[in-house]
Design a protein around this ligand. Structure first.
Ligand SMILES: [Zn+2]
Length: 242
């Protein structure tokens, strides 16, 4: 179980910049949730997992499931809320122009599903999220069973991958030095954390690259998660719309 130390320490460090602490927390949370989404794709590949439905939905579920499973309550709630708001901000950014043909669920659906699964993991302590995010009662009813389904699938996968001794199956290829970007600092720490508790069946490289777009990818051909360096600035812009 991860404490909020990463979030708190990075927020404190970056408070010196013009961005507000809330904006930095939003950006950090979304970098994490996007990275976990890509990690979901990576696990589907390395563990040869069967997917009954759309892979993008499975990766979204992994991301919010892992946030719930990894962070302590307060930090988990903060990261989950900002991750959900990231989808809502994307929807606002697109101004109702929904890519119905897309691989991903629509941003508003991703927003509600993120809230629902996270709420469903601990309804006793997370009822405030229902009001905060206006999740309709018709959906609220199914959230605990949606979480149970996520736990039955992804929880089982994490149980199998859990280890007692640190592994090195995730390889971080980016900068760790004083000049490291916020993305690089977060992802470097995440890779260390994941290697401490999990071992994948195949090595996966994690790199931070300039992509000419604000995006992230998992490339199965060379088993690499690519976090585009452009995402960070885009998320700071998106923070205004959340
Ligand atoms: Zn994806």
């Amino acid at each position: 179980m991860k404490p909020a130390s990463l979030i708190a320490s990075l927020a404190a460090f970056f408070c010196a910049t013009p961005a507000s602490a809330d904006d930095v927390a939003f950006v950090e949370a979304n970098i994490l949730s996007i990275f976990y989404h890509e990690l979901g794709h990576a696990l589907i590949d390395t563990e040869n997992l069967p997917i009954f439905g759309r892979e993008e939905d499975a990766a979204d579920i992994f991301s919010i499931f892992f946030i719930d499973a990894t962070f302590k309550e307060d930090a988990a709630s903060a990261v989950a809320a900002d991750a959900a708001l990231g989808f809502r901000a994307e929807a606002r950014e697109n101004g109702g122009d929904v890519a119905w043909w897309g691989l991903h669920s629509a941003d508003q659906q991703r927003f509600y599903t993120t809230v629902c699964v996270f709420y469903g993991a601990n309804p006793a302590e997370r009822g405030h999220l229902i009001k905060q995010f206006n999740l309709p009662e018709e959906r609220v009813e199914s959230c605990p069973s949606e979480y149970d389904q996520a736990n039955h699938s992804w929880g089982h996968v994490l149980d199998v991958l859990g280890i007692d001794e640190p592994s090195d199956t995730l390889v971080y290829s980016g900068d760790r030095g004083d000049d490291a970007s916020l993305t690089e600092q977060i992802i470097a720490e995440e890779v260390d954390f994941l290697n401490e508790y999990y071992a994948l069946s195949h090595t996966v490289t994690v790199s931070i690259e300039d992509c000419d777009e604000a995006n992230a990818f998992y490339e199965p051909e060379d088993r690499t998660i690519i976090m585009c360096s452009e995402f960070e600035d885009y998320l700071f812009e998106l923070a205004e719309k959340r």
